[in-house]
Design a protein around this ligand. Structure first.
Ligand code: MRU
Length: 359
């Protein structure tokens, strides 16, 4: 079983410790969440990010909310607050629906302990899910690697590794499985403007000892067209019934370039990321974030001090959709803990996938 080099989130007494991802890759900092407002802030401000980790944090947020009072009003207010933090990743709503289904039928006196236990179960389940995704993805990597000893080049986008989950990650789980199996892999990491989640991917791959190279987002097309990439794997925030997939903005351009270059393009995500309440991608809500994320850049200055630089004049109009939609037709297969499946087969094969209940 993959062990996270640094834990992303864990219970700490009657609080919750999170690795603050807004401090990475420059320093490791932990934040202790003590109440539901802190959990909601952590999700909204992206101290925690990545669909499965957002869901787990929201689940713990419910447990934090019930510390003082566990009546129906407190529970429902917590579900509403946490459910409104980020719109695109359906795992948030899935985790809250799971908490609601467990807690609503219980008398208030039994809810506190049940909430902690359910949140911890969500984390354990996610670790197992990542492990299974890794094993299914490894089979595809083995097929693609060809002759023994050849280094496989995998391109990814955003961060869908262990930092985004409670286990090995989703898109990167097959990479870690390959590393464990002795299959040589090199990862091309696109920086993922404007939030630069690629820097998180580079950091976590370095922590795990996986060879990798950071590229500018716009370099992906050239490298794909030149035949320098064996396959692309990204995560997902929500997958519609027809296989259209919402993921970090920039994913769609990689899928287009991969198709033009005849390179397989895979999505790796937990089964809980399927949302059959959305018939197609047009029904998936796309988060729009502040213009400041586009017009500024964070990094270290020449003295190693963290700084935010204003790239464009502050009054420059900027648009910041945080996710985009990749049509099912561009996706070779979707890898979940149940295996790899063509996106066009989701609805007919996964008939048990009911629409998630509103939390
Ligand atoms: C396993 S994480 C999958 C996705 O959540 C990931 O690719 C992504 O888009 C993350 O977006 P973020 O805005 O950083 O939360």
């Amino acid at each position: 079983m993959f062990v996270q080099p640094v834990p992303t989130l864990c219970r700490h007494g009657d609080g919750v410790l999170i690795l603050d991802q807004t401090a990475l890759p420059y320093r490791q900092a932990w934040v202790e969440l003590q109440d539901v407002a802190g959990a909601a802030h952590a999700i909204r401000s992206m101290q925690v990010r990545g669909a499965p980790l957002i869901g787990a944090t929201a689940a713990f947020g419910v447990a934090l909310a019930l510390k003082e009072a566990a009546d129906d009003d407190t529970l429902e207010a917590a579900l509403r607050l946490l459910g409104a933090t980020r719109p695109t990743a359906v795992n948030l709503h899935w985790a809250l629906a799971r908490m609601a289904a467990r807690l609503r039928p219980l008398p208030p006196a039994q809810r506190r302990e049940a909430a902690w236990a359910e949140a911890e179960a969500i984390c354990a389940d996610d670790a197992a899910t990542c492990q299974a995704i890794g094993e299914h993805g490894l089979a595809l990597l083995r097929q693609a690697s060809g002759r023994p000893g050849r280094t496989l080049t995998v391109m990814t986008h955003c961060n869908a590794g262990w930092l985004a989950t409670l286990g090995a990650g989703t898109a990167l789980a097959p990479v870690y499985a390959a590393q464990a199996a002795g299959l040589p892999v090199h990862v091309l990491v696109s920086e993922t403007r404007p939030r630069n989640q690629g820097l998180l991917t580079a950091w976590e791959l370095r922590e795990a000892g996986v060879p990798h190279t950071l590229i500018a987002d716009n370099a992906a097309g050239l490298l794909l067209a030149r035949g320098e990439v064996d396959l692309v794997i990204t995560g997902a925030d929500r997958i519609a019934a027809n296989g259209d997939t919402a993921n970090k903005v920039g994913t769609y351009l990689k899928a287009l370039a991969a198709r033009a270059a005849d390179v397989p393009f895979y999505i790796a995500a937990p089964y809980s990321t399927l949302d059959f309440a959305c018939a197609d991608g047009a029904a998936i809500p796309i988060e729009h974030r502040g213009a400041g994320e586009v017009s500024s850049l964070r990094g270290l200055d020449e003295n190693g001090q963290e700084r935010t630089l204003q790239l464009a004049p502050a009054d420059t109009a900027a648009l910041n959709p945080a996710f985009d939609l990749t049509p099912a037709a561009l996706i070779t297969a979707i890898i979940t803990e149940r295996g790899a499946i063509a996106p066009q087969e989701l609805a007919s094969r996964y008939t048990d996938r009911a629409a998630p209940e509103a939390a």
